[in-house]
Design a protein around this ligand. Structure first.
Ligand SMILES: [Zn+2]
Length: 279
């Protein structure tokens, strides 16, 4: 970290939570993996990255943001998966002067996701009735005059994903491009999309960050940059096994054995959900 850095950051982790779906064939009982939201702040203002999913989560997140005693100017959404933005309307009701922004691709995915009732079926009664959407980001992001760069990372655990780079902090807020000791949502990947995902991880690593916040993490872990290489290794290993046409059960066992201390041994992460899995 530069000695002139004025910005700081803090990470909120929403714990694992059960969801409604037929019992899995493999692994632990159905539970959503822990999701993060990151607050970047200066002496006066703050920018929040991602808005979590349920009303309870977003309310707890809003309380936590308030404890920082900064003026929340911006909420940035990294990608269109429901678990990172359905809490936005709850947050905006608490911080009505904050501007919610995302790339045009993410905004498109948010609207597409809102048209199916996927999350309401999985989390009945837990999703806000009225959803809010981000506006397309219309220029460079900044916080108290310090730049925050949007990196478009393409197809990683879904399409149109992004990460943020905060040069003042040598920080990357990776969204779901990186996972931190948490089984990764590879259930919707192909060999080609995994190659694109790995290229995105390499682009982030080339920025030589001092810290990387993953969209999903083991809450007991810090935010070391080593998670970029670890996520890359996970994708490569999964890809190697997938290409052998191994049975799902054997592939699952191989992944949880290799990553025995990673959280969320969830079948849906490796193989998707029956209808439209998202992580
Ligand atoms: Zn996610």
């Amino acid at each position: 970290m530069s000695t002139r850095a004025r910005l700081k950051y803090d990470v909120f982790v929403a714990p694992e939570k059960p969801f409604s779906a037929p019992a899995p064939r493999l692994g632990e009982p159905r539970a959503w993996d822990p999701v993060t939201s990151t607050l970047i702040f200066g002496p006066r203002d703050a920018l929040l990255v991602d808005a979590l999913m349920t009303i309870r989560e977003a309310t707890a997140l809003a309380d936590w943001v308030e404890l920082h005693d900064r003026r929340l100017t911006t909420i940035y959404i990294t990608h269109g998966h429901a678990d990172h933005w359905l809490g936005l309307s709850t947050l905006l009701s608490r911080f009505p002067h904050a501007r919610a922004v995302a790339t045009a691709g993410t905004v498109r995915q948010m609207h597409a996701g809102a048209r199916n009732n996927w999350a309401r079926a999985r989390f009945p009664g837990q999703i806000a009735e009225s959803l809010a959407f981000a506006e397309p980001v219309d220029g460079p992001l900044e916080l108290e005059g310090r730049p925050i760069h949007v990196i478009e990372t393409g197809h990683t655990d879904t399409v149109d994903t992004t990460s943020l780079h905060v040069p003042d902090l040598d920080l990357i807020v990776a969204g779901d491009v990186a996972y931190n000791h948490c089984h990764m949502f590879v259930g919707a990947t192909t060999a080609a999309s995994r190659a694109e995902w790995i290229a995105a991880l390499d682009r982030l690593a080339a920025l030589n960050p001092a810290a990387v916040v993953a969209g999903h993490k083991d809450p007991t872990c810090g935010n070391p940059p080593s998670i970029l290489a670890e996520s890359r290794g996970y994708l490569e290993y999964f890809g190697q096994l997938r290409e052998t046409a191994m049975a799902d059960e054997d592939l699952f066992d191989a992944m949880v054995n290799r990553y025995s201390n990673w959280v969320s041994r969830q079948e849906f992460l490796l193989f998707g959900l029956p209808v439209s899995g998202q992580a």
